[in-house]
Ligand binder design. Structure first.
Ligand code: F6R
Length: 365
């Protein structure tokens, strides 16, 4: 049942190229057409939305934070992202023409469902992004976009997360088309990059050996700091969450620019700092944030693009990832972070498929 892998989580990490290609199947446009998402909303409705509210918990919320970049930049709609467990308790202001999107792998997370109901009761239109057809979230929403990741058994979410990012990007393209906000050249580049994504994910999976060496070297650290900027900032949050839940090591994720407003006080030679720095518009800023960290003896482990030597002198360990369109970097760069948490947890003797105190779907509030 684990197909030759030691754990479901490991199997599911390696299934990501397939999960992504299944999620893209029949959803990339043919010549001249639009992105065929089969949404239950008309183009007129898609044009009418003035605001998007994303509601989710945990890893699914991190997907929502990347989605915020996609939707704001490609469809030019203001997006807020909230915790399922917080939204309904702040007497939320729901403006006319709000689209509320619940993101939930299981479709059964009580807090997310309650938030989706709250938004609907206040007049928002509802959409669900979920991995389980017929789940409560899918039945609650007017429109559902399924991630075709296949069953996710490991408690830690991996392939559901990467397929959520794919669906959010497709949705941003579809909304951008309907609203006329998409630069045709950008659109064409993203679609081409999506076609190549499964093959790139295969290549990234082969970094496992090197990540395993990192895990052997770093598994005794007691704290980790994860840093990224722009759409990689949620990937820093996700890397830290994965490490916490699997290995029980304390970890924090931060937007790299926020480091100087507090966490920098933590930095010393005992603190590994995991940096995600693709070659994107934020690279120079991240580089200077990391120079600050290195000047305070922080020990840097970095994920960068092939050929990028910018961190060679300050990072202790560097992993090179294939060149990727910046829009897709979050989907690629999260994979080595999943593998790092997995291998650190295995070395520490943790139960990776069933971490203590956690359940696969949290159906209580
Ligand atoms: C982390 C993890 C959780 C879930 C969260 C929401 O690896 O799996 O943080 O992401 O409980 O679950 P869903 O997406 O089913 O609503």
């Amino acid at each position: 049942e684990k197909g030759g892998f030691k754990h479901f989580m490991q199997k599911e990490i390696f299934e990501q190229p397939l999960a992504v290609s299944n999620t893209l199947l029949d959803r990339l446009p043919l010549d001249g057409g639009g992105v065929p998402l089969g949404l239950a909303f008309t183009d007129e409705e898609l044009r009418s939305f003035q605001r998007i509210t994303i509601l989710a918990c945990g890893t699914s919320r991190h997907a929502g934070l990347v989605g915020q970049f996609y939707l704001e930049q490609l469809a030019r709609i203001g997006v807020e992202v909230d915790y399922g467990s917080e939204y309904r308790y702040r007497d939320p202001v729901v403006m006319a023409d709000t689209l509320a999107i619940g993101i939930t792998q299981s479709g059964e997370t009580a807090d997310t469902l309650a938030a989706m109901k709250e938004a609907a009761a206040r007049g928002a239109r509802g959409m669900a992004i979920c991995n389980v057809q017929g789940s409560t979230a899918a039945r609650l929403a007017e429109a559902t976009l399924l991630t075709h990741a296949g069953p996710e058994i490991g408690v830690a979410s991996t392939k559901a997360f990467t397929t959520q990012l794919v669906v959010l990007l497709l949705l941003a393209l579809r909304l951008g088309e309907a609203r006329g906000t998409l630069d045709p050249a950008v659109r064409a580049e993203i679609i081409q990059a999506l076609r190549e994504l499964p093959a790139l994910l295969e290549r990234v999976a082969s970094t496992e050996r090197k990540i395993h060496q990192w895990a052997q070297k770093w598994h005794e650290a007691t704290d980790f700091l994860y840093l990224g900027r722009g759409p990689l900032y949620p990937i820093a949050l996700e890397g830290a969450l994965k490490l916490k839940e699997l290995s029980y090591i304390h970890a924090e994720g931060y937007p790299a620019g926020e480091m100087k407003h507090g966490p920098i006080a933590l930095i010393d030679r005992h603190l590994p700092i995991v940096a995600v720095m693709p070659r994107d518009a934020h690279r120079e800023k991240v580089l200077s944030n990391l120079q600050e960290a290195a000047a305070r003896d922080g020990r840097i482990l970095a994920l960068v693009e092939e050929g990028d030597t910018g961190l060679d002198h300050i990072a202790e360990d560097v992993l090179h990832l294939p060149k990727v369109n910046p829009w897709l970097a979050p989907i690629l760069y999260v994979v080595p972070l999943q593998l790092l948490s997995y291998h650190i947890a295995v070395i520490r003797g943790c139960d990776v498929d069933q971490p203590r105190n956690l359940a696969k779907s949290v159906t209580v509030e």
